[in-house]
Design a protein around this ligand. Structure first.
Ligand SMILES: [Zn+2]
Length: 113
């Protein structure tokens, strides 16, 4: 089957969009884990909210992700002390991001040093 240049360009666009989307979902899953949430639950929520928005909003998939991301990053795990900087886990030495309130490698909660 032969594709025209335009079709090829469109396909590349879709692939780039899908990759961006997959990366975003992966990032949300990571942040959710760091904030002490259930990673799979937030991954599913991100995908579901994107699919719900998609028919109504341009770039609904990404916007759904963005909304869930904002909640996971700033809503989840709020209250209680925040690390405020990158920290290395005393248990497994994993270097965690500043948003992480539990170790992203071994799930041990961050403690004030
Ligand atoms: Zn750890």
């Amino acid at each position: 089957m032969n594709y025209t240049a335009l079709e090829e360009e469109q396909m590349l666009g879709y692939i780039a969009y899908a990759l961006l989307y997959a990366l975003f979902v992966g990032y949300i899953v990571n942040v959710a884990r760091g904030r002490g949430g259930k990673p799979w639950l937030w991954g599913v929520t991100a995908v579901a909210s994107g699919l719900i928005l998609m028919p109504f909003v341009p770039f609904g998939l990404l916007i759904g992700n963005a909304l869930v991301f904002l909640w996971v990053r700033f809503g989840l795990g709020r209250g209680g002390q925040q690390p405020g900087m990158r920290w290395s886990c005393p248990e497994c030495r994993f270097l965690n991001e500043r948003y992480a309130v539990v170790c992203e490698a071994c799930n041990k909660p961050w403690k004030q040093p």
